[in-house]
Structure formats: structure tokens, C-alpha cells
Design a protein around this ligand. Structure first.
Ligand code: ATP
Ligand code: MG
Length: 418
């Protein structure tokens, strides 16, 4: 597992906030589900002969002898949980989730054994309008994060399960007739999961594949029509895309349109988000037939992008806006009251009220360390309540003003422009 989980960093929290805002804007609501599931769930959904199930899952027997796995992704668990809670029966649902996923991979930049995904799943809609919406949702998020110009949308039509079965047969036959030119990896996959051979990084294998049968030629007419309509809707809504006939995704449950968002600003780990339709999955997992589409994004890769491109605004790095210095035993009560008034008036601001006394200089040092923009200073050691406070900018200017205590809120509103 990783030494440090990045989900406490300001950049992660910024991404999290923005994602949740977009989810709200599109009418999606949160669903939560466990990190542990029956291993069988992932075998049945993601597929026995996929990288994830074959070699990336953390699986173990529990005390009852049940084989369980840490979830490697969210869609299968989401379907199981939503169906079990009766959310899918004869209904349309727009759901989102976030949380840690686990895959036993070689850790490197942008690839971890525990990582965070955010995802959305839309149930009960035939598309392609919902497919366009799912993609638009992701595009809106990139726009809000100011990452739009660094990400490219790739799409493909992988047809239905039946189409792919026929295609897989044709592909296997083709690979068999060229077996001498293949590497071990391709030979191993040729029978079990021939479409994964298309992903080969070996240029010799890629050369052979130039003449391979094309999936597009095996896709049903209905599927082609759906896909054309999706492309039209994307154009209409101004979402640019590139068609990639090689895009197949590493999970078996997808059908018809699939997509990935790719960047070249991260080196090898360039896919930040992937999704598509998965119309057969709910039924396959024991529910009533329910059409579905969704995506998952990898938070760490987006956080790497946000940080390296300097896209996290200063305000998002700040969890505290105001630090209240309470200097002198006599002003403790007044300090607490003032803090309360400021919080009541500005419920969205963060205010730390200094507790435990101490010298002015020590308190000011804490104010600077807190990252707050402003210090409000209430100071007094006489019997009489104090009448004024100081507001000091916690920047190099060191600028400060004195105000009547009753006017503190107005002055803060003026300075913070709220
Ligand atoms: P990759 O091709 O990079 O292995 P994948 O196809 O296995 O990705 P998905 O299962 O589609 O990935 O997961 C959706 C997103 O989750 C990916 O696009 C990526 O951003 C992120 N992701 C997947 N695996 C990891 C990992 N081990 N560490 C960090 N992020 C990951
Ligand atoms: Mg992977």
C-alpha cells in the first residue's frame, strides 16, 4: 500500500469539491458501498480473463472460508449495492461514488496499489442521450478544473457481447495464421482474450495487427446507429472527440460506446478517466435487465495534473480564512463572543479562535502558520471590556486597521469582498 494517502491534500479536496459540485449540477446523488466484496462479484462482472481479475486483485479467504476481495473498481459493487437496496427496479437512477480502490500493480508515478476513484453510474436509460450526458459531465468537470485543453476524448464502438464473440473468433483465427510473428504474451492471450492482443506494446505484434479483422466490421447495425447518434450529440454540445478503433477497455462488461480521457502531460499513465455503456451487467449480476452507462476517474492522476500545471487556486489551498488572536486573560469571553458572531455571519468562512492564551507574538506566529488570510486581534488587560479590535493582513504588507468591535463583521466583509 502507499505510504501516504493523498486524499488529505488541498489539491485532492479541490478535485473532490469540484466533482461534487458537478454531480449536483447534473442531478446525481451519492451511493456508498463496501470496500470488500465476494471475489465472485468481480469475476462475474469484470471478467475472469482480464488483467484486473487474473493478477491485480487482493483476494483472501475469511474465517468462514468465503473468498473476498478488496474492490478493484466501483461499478460492480455499485450495481450490487444499488440492486440489493431496490434502487434499480423499474427506475432511473443517477448515482455517484468516490473511494479507495485496490489493485496489485507495480507502483510508479500515477499507478498505485491503493488509489482513489470518483465515478458516476446512470441506470435505466437507453441512450445515446444519457451517454452524451455522461461524457458531458466529465467534460464539465475538466472545464471547471481548467484542464480542458490538456485532455483528449477518445471514443469507440465495441458493439454487443454477441458481436464481440464473433469478432474474437475471427481475430483468433487471424492470430493463429500469423502465430510465428507473435510474442509470448500475444500467444497466451490469443485464445483466452484475443482482443487484449490489440493493446500490445510490441511493435512487431502491432505490425501483424495492421491486417487483422476490424471490430467495426462485426458491430451490429443498431449499435452503429446508436454510436452515430452519440457522435452527433457530442458535436451538437461542443464536446470534441477522436475516434480510436483500438480502444477496447480492460473490463468485460462494456458494450456499444466506450470512451477514455487521455493526457500526454503525465507520461505513460495518460488515462485519467474511462467509461461507457454496460447494458448487460445488472442482469448478469442477478437483477432485472437494466440499461446502464458510467465512468470512473483516477483522482491521483488528476491531482498530479492539477499540481504540475498549477491549477489549484490559492483560495483552495486555504482551509482557514481568519485567525482570531485573543491576547490577555480579560478578553477571553469577548473573544469567544466575537468568534461566534463572525461565524454566524459568515458560515462559509473558516475561523480559528486562539485558545489557551499566550503572548501576542506567539499567537501571531500561529496565525501565520494556519494559512489564514487575516488576523483579527482582540487585546486587553484592563477591567473594562475592549472597544476596538485590529484586523491585520497576514501577508508581506502587514497592513492593519483598527475598528469598533461592533463593526468587525462589516469591515471583514469589505476586505474579503463578500
Ligand atoms: P490503466 O490503463 O492506466 O491501467 P485501467 O484501464 O486499468 O487504467 P480503469 O479500470 O479504467 O483503468 O480505471 C479508471 C481510471 O482509474 C483510470 O483511467 C486511471 O485514471 C485510474 N487508475 C486505474 N488504475 C490505477 C492505479 N493502479 N493507480 C492510480 N490510478 C489508477
Ligand atoms: Mg490497469
Amino acid at each position: 500500500m502507499n505510504d501516504i494517502l493523498p486524499d488529505q491534500t488541498p489539491s485532492f479536496q479541490y478535485l473532490e469539491n469540484r466533482f461534487q459540485q458537478v454531480a449536483k449540477r447534473y442531478g446525481y446523488r451519492e451511493i456508498r458501498f463496501p470496500v470488500l466484496e465476494q471475489t465472485q462479484l468481480f469475476k462475474r462482472s469484470i471478467g475472469e480473463v482480464t488483467d484486473i481479475v487474473e493478477k491485480e486483485m487482493y483476494s483472501f479467504d475469511d474465517r468462514n472460508g468465503d473468498n473476498l476481495s478488496l474492490r478493484p473498481e466501483g461499478t460492480a459493487s455499485c450495481v450490487r449495492a444499488a440492486d440489493q437496496h431496490g434502487l434499480l427496479f423499474n427506475q432511473q437512477q443517477r448515482l455517484w461514488y468516490q473511494g479507495p480502490m485496490f489493485r496489485h500493480e507495480r507502483p510508479q508515478k500515477g499507478r498505485y496499489r491503493q488509489f482513489q476513484q470518483f465515478g458516476i453510474e446512470a441506470f435505466g436509460m437507453a441512450g445515446p442521450d444519457i451517454d452524451a450526458e455522461v461524457i458531458q459531465f466529465s467534460a464539465s468537470l475538466w472545464r471547471d478544473l481548467d484542464l480542458g485543453e490538456y485532455l483528449t476524448l477518445q471514443i469507440n464502438n465495441i458493439g454487443g457481447a454477441e458481436d464481440r464473440k464473433l469478432y474474437a473468433q475471427a481475430l483468433t483465427a487471424f492470430l493463429l495464421s500469423n502465430v510465428a510473428a507473435l510474442d509470448d504474451d500475444a500467444r497466451n492471450r490469443m485464445h483466452s482474450n484475443p482482443m487484449r492482443v490489440l493493446d500490445s506494446k510490441n511493435s512487431a505484434v502491432q505490425a501483424v495487427l495492421k491486417d487483422a479483422p476490424k471490430l467495426a466490421d462485426y458491430v451490429s447495425e443498431a449499435s452503429v446507429e446508436h454510436y452515430s447518434e452519440l457522435k452527433r450529440l457530442l458535436q451538437l454540445t461542443g464536446v470534441a472527440y477522436v475516434e480510436n478503433p483500438r480502444l477496447v477497455r480492460g473490463l468485460d462488461y462494456y458494450n456499444n460506446c466506450v470512451f477514455e480521457w487521455i493526457t500526454d502531460s503525465l507520461g505513460a499513465q495518460g488515462t485519467v478517466c474511462g467509461g461507457g455503456r454496460y447494458d448487460g451487467l445488472v442482469e448478469q449480476l442477478g437483477g432485472k435487465p437494466t440499461l446502464a452507462a458510467g465512468f470512473a476517474l483516477g483522482a491521483e492522476r488528476l491531482v498530479l495534473m492539477l499540481d504540475s500545471l498549477g491549477k489549484v487556486p490559492e483560495s483552495a489551498r486555504r482551509s482557514v480564512d481568519i485567525y482570531l488572536l485573543v491576547v490577555g486573560k480579560q478578553v477571553v469571553e469577548q473573544g469567544l463572543q466575537l468568534a461566534q458572531q463572525i461565524r454566524d455571519r459568515f458560515p462559509d468562512l473558516g475561523l480559528i479562535s486562539h485558545c489557551g492564551g499566550g503572548k501576542y507574538n506567539n499567537q501571531l506566529k500561529r496565525a501565520f502558520n494556519s494559512g489564514a488570510r487575516l488576523a483579527v486581534i482582540i487585546e486587553g488587560d484592563g477591567e473594562e471590556p475592549v472597544a476596538t479590535v485590529k484586523i491585520r493582513h497576514l501577508d508581506d504588507s502587514g497592513e492593519s486597521v483598527s475598528v469598533e468591535i461592533a463593526d468587525t463583521g462589516d469591515k471583514l466583509a469589505e476586505i474579503l469582498d463578500i
